[in-house]
Design a protein around this ligand. Structure first.
Ligand SMILES: *Cc1c(COP(=O)(O)O)cnc(C)c1O
Length: 394
């Protein structure tokens, strides 16, 4: 694949260190909760700072298999250090808890991952007196107005965001945020570390849920935060991961490393399939609109070309039909399972806005019947045939 030469070497070889593990080509799963030292003094030294690299004390702080995964992802995202969590939400909550205090003000994009908004609205606000201003992210004056409050500590971003695949200018927002000493956080899951490098654009914290493309086989939960600011990552290791105890287990880390090995080939295939399906849908007269970052018809195609190297296989579409007819349509799909996640081998179709508030629909300018389509690895011909059959029944 073009432009990811370095990444291919990271995926295949970084931090494997054969000579450390009896020349085994695959590093072992360290299924241990503690590490022993010859003397009490050595133990004390190792335990003095959980952020020290290669000093392992207790599994809730750090585990060697988990750390191999961290080194690979830090390098892939051009970060100084990465920290892995038991889930994407564990990582998101850790980033918020580390960068905010009681009473902090957060600026958040309207269409970020819904559970993050719920965590803010139903936990951070009532329990810690935080305040949140929701913005579109596309109007820089609006973002600046929101950031101006003296207690603003964090801006939460997702680009592309997964309902209507809106993107925001990450470089411009990062620059603005630094002027106001606001930390920026992005959920980069949809782009994978191969297609977008937010830290190079000035974003402070980059998050991925590894439950999606990185794991890639719908068999693990996991999350990661990466930053060029090593101190920030170390703060998260002690304050949030150790005390909230949201570290990833070694078996999951091992599976995530295995998932990473084939990330480039899977993502390339997902992109090929996504592009073919999106273009086919766009030509179909029963389809009103297709939302996919790979289409020239995307209203932000120029920004997308500047910011992203690729497009993966997640998209949305609007049918010329009522929400009820749309439910019947997705139920006629055989290869697209009805389920909420994505990033695995299996294709999925749901209507994520079916129960949304009218206000949300108005903001997104999207209908209740919006279909989110995730193209797995069944191949574009099989998926298009499945879609064709479902359209024929309309
Ligand atoms: C699934 C998802 C998450 C949450 O990740 P978990 O590992 O399920 O906690 C966060 N952001 C996006 C964009 C997701 O799709």
């Amino acid at each position: 694949m073009d432009g990811i030469r370095e990444e291919l070497l990271t995926i295949t070889h970084t931090a494997d260190e054969y000579n450390k593990y009896l020349n085994a080509v695959v590093p072992p799963v360290f299924l241990n909760s503690l590490h022993l030292y010859d003397s009490f003094e050595e133990y004390l030294e190792a335990a003095s700072d959980p952020c020290q690299e290669e000093k392992f004390v207790y599994g809730r702080d750090q585990n060697p298999t988990v750390h191999i995964l961290e080194k690979k992802i830090a390098e892939l995202e051009h970060g100084a250090r990465a920290i892995v969590f038991a889930s994407g939400m564990g990582a998101a909550a850790a980033a918020i808890m580390t960068t905010c205090n009681a009473g902090s003000h957060i600026v958040c994009m309207r269409d970020v991952y819904q559970p993050v908004k719920r965590f803010l609205n139903y936990f951070c606000v009532p329990k810690f007196g935080m305040t949140v201003t929701y913005v579109s992210g596309n109007d820089l004056d609006e973002v600046e107005m929101a950031m101006k409050k003296p207690n603003t500590t964090l801006m939460i971003l997702e680009s592309p965001a997964t309902f209507v695949f809106r993107v925001v200018d990450l470089k411009a927002i990062a620059k603005l945020a630094h002027q106001y000493e606001v930390k920026t956080y992005i959920d980069n899951t949809c782009m994978t570390p191969l297609f977008q490098k937010p830290l190079d654009l000035g974003i402070d914290i980059c998050m991925h849920t590894m439950s999606k493309y990185i794991g890639g086989h719908s068999d693990i939960l996991g999350g990661v935060l990466v930053s060029k600011d090593e101190k920030l990552v170390c703060d998260m290791i002690t304050t949030v991961r150790e005390w909230y105890a949201s570290v990833m287990g070694p078996m999951e880390a091992w599976l995530a490393i295995r998932g990473l090995r084939t990330l480039s080939v899977r993502v390339e295939e997902h992109q090929r399939t996504g592009m073919a399906v999106a273009k086919w849908l766009e030509k179909n007269e029963k389809v009103k609109k297709v939302y996919y970052t790979g289409l020239d018809s995307h209203p932000q195609a120029d920004l997308i070309k500047r910011q992203q190297k690729g497009h993966t296989s997640l998209m949305s579409l609007e049918l010329d039909a009522t929400p009820e007819e749309t439910i019947k349509f997705i139920n006629r799909l055989h290869l697209f399972g009805k389920g909420c996640s994505w990033g695995g081998f299996e294709s999925l179709a749901i209507m994520p806005l079916y129960k949304a508030e009218q206000e949300e629909l108005d903001f997104l300018k999207a209908p209740r019947g919006l279909i989110r389509l995730y193209c797995g690895l069944e191949g574009s011909e099989n998926l298009i045939e499945d879609l064709e059959r479902a359209f024929a029944g309309m």
